[in-house]
Write a protein that binds this ligand. Sequence first.
Ligand code: SAM
Length: 207
Amino acid sequence: MKAKTRELWDKQNQHERDRARLFTAVAGATGARSALYPGSYVDLAPSFVFPAVTYVDSDKRAAAFFEDDDGIHELVAANSGPDHPEIRFFHADYTTDLDLSSEAFDLLVSLYAGFVSEHCTAYLRVGGSLLVNPSHGDAAMASIDSRYELEGVVVSRSGRYRVSRSNLDDYLVPKRPTEITADLLHESGRGIGYTKSPFAYLFTRTE
Ligand SMILES: C[S@@+](CC[C@H](N)C(=O)[O-])C[C@H]1O[C@@H](n2cnc3c(N)ncnc32)[C@H](O)[C@@H]1O
């Protein structure tokens, strides 16, 4: 493994295997086998869990990381990942056409990387899941997107993750009455303050 790959991974993985635990919980709840991760940076953890993952990022450090094919396969093996993981990386802006087939993925991942759901839902199969956290407003964006329905929340406790499907009506309730629109979310670039704050949400693509 290249020294730079190790350095980038050690920084990404400061909370040892935290993301591996997250994606393990999501895989268990959704049964997903393939994932698309726009704005992944160097978060390789989905490949410890899912047999086929496509990563997209415009950052050149991410491109250098994924270019180290031996290095990333070494990391997957060291984390008990699948034997022959399919790992693809697009050094690209996810708001542009990614030359991917529509409805090709079981899972779309949106973590701290802007409005992924707005630009990449076409690549997620109907019936597939969107994993999205609230920080950049993309969870709120998905909540007003008619293609999505809330299917669960990902709760985190002491570094462990669990998907809950109970009392979903209690979630995505704004603390202050707000008319949530795409324009409002674009302008603020931040999420909406909700009465409950799970780590992330799972939405199903229904249409
Ligand atoms: C804060 S990092 C989060 C990385 C990773 N999702 C995680 O949770 O560890 C955001 C990443 O999204 C990428 N990003 C943001 N907007 C993007 C876009 N339009 N196209 C491609 N990558 C983008 C940035 O380059 C950066 O690497």
